[in-house]
Design a protein around this ligand. Structure first.
Ligand code: BTN
Length: 259
């Protein structure tokens, strides 16, 4: 399958009004987040996409590294939302990926709180949101998406037990271009619904595989255990602890303890 991409092949007849109307493509880059941040500070048009075939210093959440070899999709979208819209970014980004995987491949993804996309309990996509907010004004926000499209996880033994790719799941290569174009369209549809976003919250909540599970959450230096009971409209997680108290987790890294 032809899997080369270019700015023109992404933007041409995309059908969006701003997301993906300008695409800056790099064969190789340290991190699309770095470049997007630079472009955001310089005032690049809202919806500008930075995309790289591979990243040499891809960044994950909680200061982790993110592996982005050729065959994956690594992109960052620059946006200038109102501050009230920012909490919805984790929801809209994971939902856009979820919808894209379902539409293009027919696979059945799941969302692990807050915004990992899994297939069969293995991570297929990671999302990183970064923003610069001062006095309630968003100077820029960047949605970074790393999606394992055509990767043989057997070639990456360090992560092969916890990660998967669309091609490994399907048993054949997938068009990165089709995935990308669908993803940008879905992102824009969801973004344009903000901040009136009850349905975004509900769709995200209903796709969370985490709810009802016994989990362990690492939030900063503290580890909490309990049952993931529900989520709030701002994306935070409500955890029922063994002593029956209910705590709110705003950000963290979770592991499922048992089904
Ligand atoms: C995670 O830890 O799950 C988030 C991973 C986010 C990776 C993407 S790939 C595109 C963008 N550029 C980066 O350096 N990171 C994000």
């Amino acid at each position: 399958m032809e899997n080369n991409i270019s700015s023109e092949s992404i933007t041409s007849d995309l059908g969006t009004s701003f997301i993906g109307q300008r695409v800056i493509y790099y064969p190789s880059l340290t991190s699309t987040m770095e470049m997007a941040k630079r472009e955001g500070i310089a005032g690049a048009a809202g919806g500008t996409v930075i995309i790289a075939d591979e990243q040499t210093a891809g960044r994950g959440r909680i200061k982790r590294a993110w592996l982005s070899p050729k065959g994956s999709i690594s992109l960052s979208v620059i946006l200038y939302p109102k501050a009230v819209c920012l909490p919805f970014f984790i929801m809209l980004a994971s939902l856009a990926v979820f919808r894209t995987i379902e539409k293009v491949t027919g696979l059945k993804p799941e969302i692990k709180w807050p915004n990992d996309v899994l297939i069969g309990s293995k991570k297929v996509c990671g999302i990183l949101i970064e923003s610069d907010v001062r006095k309630d004004k968003v100077n820029y926000a960047v949605i970074g998406i790393g999606l394992n499209v055509n990767l043989r996880l057997a070639d990456f033994p360090d992560i092969s037990l916890i990660a998967t790719s669309l091609s490994d799941e399907l048993g054949e290569e997938v068009s990165r271009l089709e995935i990308l174009r669908c993803l940008l369209v879905e992102l824009e549809k969801l973004y344009l619904a903000l901040p009136l976003s009850e349905h975004i919250f509900e769709e995200w909540r209903d796709r969370l595989v985490t709810l009802g599970k016994s989990i362990q959450v690492k939030s900063g230096n503290i580890t909490h255990r309990g049952v993931a009971e529900s989520v709030n409209q701002d994306g935070s997680l409500l955890l029922r602890k063994p002593d029956a108290s209910l705590i709110t987790i705003i950000a963290g890294d979770i592991a499922t303890l048992r089904e």
